[in-house]
Design a protein around this ligand. Structure first.
Ligand SMILES: NC(=O)c1ccc[n+]([C@@H]2O[C@H](COP(=O)([O-])OP(=O)(O)OC[C@H]3O[C@@H](n4cnc5c(N)ncnc54)[C@H](OP(=O)(O)O)[C@@H]3O)[C@@H](O)[C@H]2O)c1
Length: 438
């Protein structure tokens, strides 16, 4: 086992203390800081020390011992060499380390093929929902056209607290951190990078696309929830919607478009109704109604449960000398057919701030939006003329992502606009039912 944070501890407890998967036990633990005392809670909730003989001092010590058959990566390491070495030596790897998988997946596939083995990554996204197994089984029969997912529990918790408890973004983030849903540096969650890594892994499995390398990120539009105004969430509520961070991946005749962006979803839709750290996915195929799955998206026990499932699959495949279907999906990848981020359509929401008492601000902003061929559907600011702390929100009719991005860029260059312009999407084409307040 590489890493012994909360997830590593939960898995160690499940395997070595609770013996939830008979036949498996952790025989070595590699960590960064060998001097830290490693403990886990026993079945009565009391801390017990992990035997020091299990703590490895170096990578060499791990590989000098031949008495292990699977490597479990529960670390946050960024360096791929240990995983490549394990795979080249013929040992399957089971990993939750989505950033490493999404950036070095291609190297891992090569190393696994060299070693005649495989890797599994069910624990890398959607926690307890067995989404990679589902998608790969699904693809054996049906063709996936598109999926939308809420795959980051931290941002969903923050947005839920803003919408339901009226908290400010900062207070909601602090609450997420005190509940251990967010790290001290939560930027990877808040800026959408965590969702980006998961969307890449899900897309590679759903569409057999070879996109598991860092350089493919430049094709993917990725924006998180930083700078979303509470007023924008209030506006969403006025029109029966909620703001969620949604990752979408779509197969077109020309290739696959992936994007991660804050989206206004109908409050009572499947994804719109997911609250707190819950995660979910909607999968559309060529045969009728979509399939929907949801479950606890994060947390040590939910993630450990996904590891147990992967370990059982790995054992079965080793016994039968086969590779898991999820891994076979990754190795059947086509050449790169990822579309540029300007591809696809969006029903854009432009959120921007301006100083008080300036004449013609809304007209100037609407003018810019129209000049990019986008028809203005709604303009909203409930406190215009009273404070410059609430943004103007302009909704445009459906347009291309490229046009929406260039309109947002031009808006941010207007003299009357202060700070960044935030772009959101509105899911669906139902009319926005709202009393316009300007
Ligand atoms: N927490 C969740 O709910 C969740 C859900 C899904 C996936 N994940 C993923 O699961 C993994 C573990 O999560 P966590 O919350 O337990 O992480 P964490 O608290 O950040 O712990 C990371 C562990 O990795 C060890 N480590 C880092 N670099 C290493 C290296 N080069 N060699 C050996 N050990 C190294 C650290 O060692 P030290 O203890 O010595 O610092 C630490 O024990 C991460 O990749 C995370 O993204 C987490």
């Amino acid at each position: 086992m590489i890493g012994f944070g909360p997830v590593g501890q939960a898995l160690y407890r499940a395997l070595n203390l609770e013996e939830l998967l008979p036949g498996f036990r952790v025989c070595k633990v590699l960590v960064r800081d060998q001097n830290k005392l490693r403990t886990v809670q026993d079945l009565d909730g009391c801390p017990v020390a992990v035997p020091s003989s299990l703590i490895a001092n170096s990578v060499e010590e791990i590989f000098a011992d031949n008495d292990f058959s699977i490597v479990v990566d529960v670390s946050n390491m960024e360096e791929p060499s240990v995983i490549c070495r394990a795979l080249s030596s013929g040992r399957p790897v089971v990993s939750a380390n989505k950033r490493l998988l999404a950036s070095h997946g291609r190297e891992f596939i090569r190393a696994a093929e060299d070693g005649g083995t495989f890797f599994l990554n069910e624990a890398a996204a959607l926690g307890k929902v067995p989404v990679f197994k589902f998608i790969s089984e699904f693809c054996a029969r049906l063709r996936i056209l598109r999926f939308e997912t809420i795959c980051n529990g931290t941002t969903n918790f923050i947005l839920t607290q803003i919408a339901n408890a009226g908290l400010s973004f900062e207070d909601a983030l602090r609450e997420a951190q005190s509940n251990k849903y967010a790290e001290a540096d939560a930027s990877s969650d808040i800026d959408g990078l965590d969702a980006l890594h998961k969307a890449k892994l899900l897309t590679a499995t759903a569409f057999g696309l070879d996109i598991l390398a860092a350089e493919t990120d430049e094709y993917i539009y990725c924006d998180g929830i930083r700078d979303i105004a509470e007023a924008t969430c209030t506006f969403a509520a006025h029109c029966g919607r909620v703001v969620k961070l949604v990752a979408t991946s779509e197969m077109t005749d020309w290739g696959v478009a992936i994007r991660i962006m804050p989206t206004l979803l109908p409050k009572h839709s499947f994804l719109g109704s997911l609250e707190g750290v819950e995660n979910g996915i909607v999968v559309h195929d060529q045969l009728g109604p979509a399939s929907e799955f949801a479950g606890p998206g994060a947390g040590p026990d939910a993630t450990a449960a996904a590891f147990l499932s992967d370990l059982a699959t790995a054992r079965e495949c080793m016994e039968n000398a086969t590779v898991p279907r999820a891994f076979a999906r990754l190795t059947s990848a086509d050449t790169n057919r990822l579309l540029p981020k300007e591809t696809g359509t969006v029903r854009p929401v432009f959120q921007s701030y301006s100083p008080l008492h300036q004449v013609g601000v809304l007209a100037a902003k609407a003018d810019v939006v129209c000049s990019h061929g986008i028809s203005v559907e709604q303009i909203y600011n409930s406190t215009r003329g009273m404070t410059d702390l609430t943004p103007d929100v302009i909704i445009g009719e459906r347009t291309t992502m490229g046009q929406a991005l260039s309109a947002a860029r031009e808006l941010s260059n207007l003299r009357c606009v202060t700070g960044a312009v935030k772009l959101l999407d509105v899911a669906g084409d139902e009319p926005i039912d709202l009393d316009v307040l300007i």
